[in-house]
Design a protein around this ligand. Sequence first.
Ligand code: NAD
Length: 407
Amino acid sequence: MSAFENAMKQLEEAASAVGEQDVEILKEPKRTLQVSFPVRMDDGSIKIFRGYRVQYNLARGPAKGGIRFHPKVDLDEVKALAFWMAVKNAVIDIPYGGGKGGVEADVKKLSEAEKERISREFIKAIKDFIGPKKDIPAPDVYTDSKVMGWMLDEYEKLTGEHSPGVITGKPLSLGGSKGRAFSTALGGVYLLEAAAKELTPGKKAAIQGFGNAGSNVAGFLSERGYKIVAASDSKGGVYTKQGLDVSALIEHKKKTGSVINFRNAENITNEELLECETDILIPAALENQVTKENAPRIKASVISELANGPITPEADKILEKRGIIVIPDVLFNAGGVAVSYFEWVQNNTGLYWKEQEVLDRLKEKMSQAFAEVLDASKKHKLSLRKAAFALAIKRIIEAERDRGNIK
Ligand code: NAD
């Protein structure tokens, strides 16, 4: 099943669980842009790259969502991710629709200069589609604040205006927000704290993916007394019952390019990581990692989705039957877009906040969203995922109705 088919299945299941019938408007994206653009490579050759930007729903505000660089990006995936952004933005109740973008590019095979040229050419290709009141990109897999800086610069050169609100996750010097760099991970940690009374998970965690989201969550959890028993990246993983020294692991990855071969830990595969002895499993890499094949063998009692779409719908059903609690992506990783929203508010007002103010507001957003989703889950006897989707769909449909777009 493709990522978009998965997403539509989730939509249908959540809508039918709460008797919401007018969801036809959410079965297709509002706007889809596919572009191809030439980029001069370091060896003088010219390569054509393909990119996408999808604006899924615009009823509650401008489209909002990241841009990823990945060799396997395609329109189907970007549509799914854009739909999940619409849901996520509604779950945490920020005034945005949903959007997402991607470029088919293998960053590991590119020089820094080639990556910069791709970033700038992509912005040239989508410039008329985006804007601070239309569609606001941000970082995602294999893009970061540096890439956002290049993209903002290109946009401002093309439009001839200072326009920091067109993109979030920017460097601080260009109007970025304090706290944005680690807000996805910290938002998840705030949520686990808010959920601790309800979920009572233990303090052992395994993390798949050790990039921005994964390594930051490892750091925040270990500071709070959690034991990070396993971590992995695209090259493989490491495990130790005693708990990994997270700062040393971050240094090790910086030096060697991977978490593997870390001292005092055993090398494991990504498959083994998902099935290891742990209380909390945190997928923080890509989609479709927990499947119907490995779901019966997962040992964690709580899975917190820091990545987008890491559990397939079939696996979700198996986990639900087994009583494993899933804190869904649209809730657990919403801290990133919450602080992106704060960044945009600061850009629009020109008034910049202290880090503590950003973090206090983030904590409030995450606790409130968890309380609302938990409430819906108890009221309708639904999993947290279905409850989050149902809550979001209700909010989006209400906005569509108030616009007169549906009866
Ligand atoms: P990133 O590029 O910084 O890190 C991705 C990590 O995943 C890397 O360590 C990479 O080696 C690893 N990885 C890639 N393929 C893998 C595989 N097959 N098995 C195991 N590990 C693999 O990206 P990120 O920003 O940390 O994003 C990770 C996930 O979190 C994505 O699903 C993204 O959509 C989601 N997310 C990120 C943010 C954010 O603000 N960065 C916000 C919300 C959601």
